[in-house]
Design a protein around this ligand. Structure first.
Ligand SMILES: Nc1ncnc2c1ncn2[C@@H]1O[C@H](COP(=O)(O)OP(=O)(O)OP(=O)(O)O)[C@@H](O)[C@H]1O
Ligand SMILES: [Mg+2]
Length: 337
């Protein structure tokens, strides 16, 4: 990747430059895929924090709402107060969102209205169990046994990579917990995660609360994300935080908007995107045109210094991140411009 970055800075034909950019994009997507596999294989340490379960469930309820249509309801079971787990909060949120989206897909596939149920309870002194249930079509025993295998999917052709449950499984194992799938064909599925429990101190909240999340002042964010679910989720969150949102599904579409004079205060863009122009290319074009414009890159892996000159020039958000981390990064970027 570093060699390609250097080569791109040399004089060359337009065709060679375009081939190099494509090669760089292929290396990036290979890296993104490797990253998900590493998360599964437990080679990648996460941040370990104490997370308040009620805060995590509240985040999931708020975040997933924009991705659920009228036919899919989300229900929170009353949980025991003061439950706390020890794990990476961003990865936990990502795991639960993956389960909620699987449940949604299953309910939609069944073609009728349905309910997703989120719950949490203590299992002895050492564990907390988090569950995501649905009343969709359920799985056969064969599918249930293989569901967490990397690349196993019954949604091939519908955008499924089959890495969702593999990542969830990798995450809970890495965190000292476990995952179990219970399913009855025709009736539904419940996925239960266990995570190490941390004794709660009554009255002491460790979660960032929605009451003191830093909000926007009506600024407009240009959001670029090719994954439709993630686009909906992030747009919903930004609106809730008090930002205006303009969206584009590719870097090219975003660039076309900018060239057509679209007003915006900040660019928030994914890095890997199909279509020849990456989020980083877009960020560079924006910086060349308008050096003071705040730009935030989001990707599933850390941008290392070995990405060449481009990496450290822009603010970077590691996906998955919690709503609070996104909210703070937005304020920093907008207030220090
Ligand atoms: N709630 C559920 N109900 C029924 N089947 C499910 C449910 N969740 C997962 N599955 C089955 O397990 C398979 C693997 O799920 P997984 O999340 O790993 O991949 P995916 O959803 O197909 O693709 P991706 O998550 O990468 O977009 C699914 O294709 C589906 O057959
Ligand atoms: Mg999935």
């Amino acid at each position: 990747m570093f060699s390609m970055e250097l080569a791109l800075q040399e004089e060359q034909s337009e065709r060679a430059a375009s081939l190099l950019r494509r090669a760089r994009e292929a290396v990036w997507s290979g890296r993104g895929l490797t990253d998900r596999l590493l998360a599964f294989a437990r080679q990648q340490p996460g941040r370990v924090e104490v997370c308040a379960v009620d805060g995590v469930l509240e985040d999931i309820e708020i975040l997933s709402r924009p991705a659920l249509s009228g036919e899919v309801a989300l229900r929170l079971l009353p949980e025991e107060p003061q439950l706390q787990v020890r794990c990476d909060p961003g990865q936990l949120q990502n795991a639960l969102l993956n389960l909620v989206l699987n449940a949604r897909d299953e309910i939609r596939g069944a073609g009728r209205a349905g309910t997703i149920t989120l719950g949490a309870r203590a299992v002895g002194d050492d564990l907390v169990e988090l569950s995501v249930g649905d009343d969709g079509e359920g799985m056969s025993d064969e599918v249930r046994r293989r569901a967490a295998d990397p690349f196993f999917t019954t949604r091939r052709g519908h955008g499924g990579t089959g890495l969702g449950l593999a990542m969830v499984y990798g995450f809970v194992q890495q965190s000292g917990g476990d995952m179990r799938i219970y399913s009855v064909p025709g009736q539904g599925t419940t996925v239960r995660l266990t995570l190490p429990r941390v004794a709660g101190t009554p009255g002491l909240t460790v979660a960032d609360s929605w009451a003191d999340i830093p909000v926007g002042a009506g600024e407009t964010v240009l959001l670029v994300e090719d994954e439709p679910d993630l686009l909906d989720l992030t747009r919903g969150l930004l609106q809730r935080l008090g930002y205006g949102v303009v969206t584009a599904p590719t870097a090219q579409a975003a660039w076309a908007l900018i060239e057509a004079g679209q007003a915006y205060d900040l660019l928030l863009t994914d890095v890997f995107m199909p279509g020849g122009l990456s989020g980083l290319d877009l960020a560079e074009r924006v910086a060349a045109r308008d050096p003071a414009r705040p730009v935030i890159l989001m990707s599933g892996f850390a941008l290392h210094p070995d990405m060449g000159a481009a990496g450290p020039r822009f603010r970077h958000l590691q996906k998955p991140c919690t709503p609070h981390v996104l909210a703070r990064t937005l304020r920093e970027a907008l207030e220090t411009r």
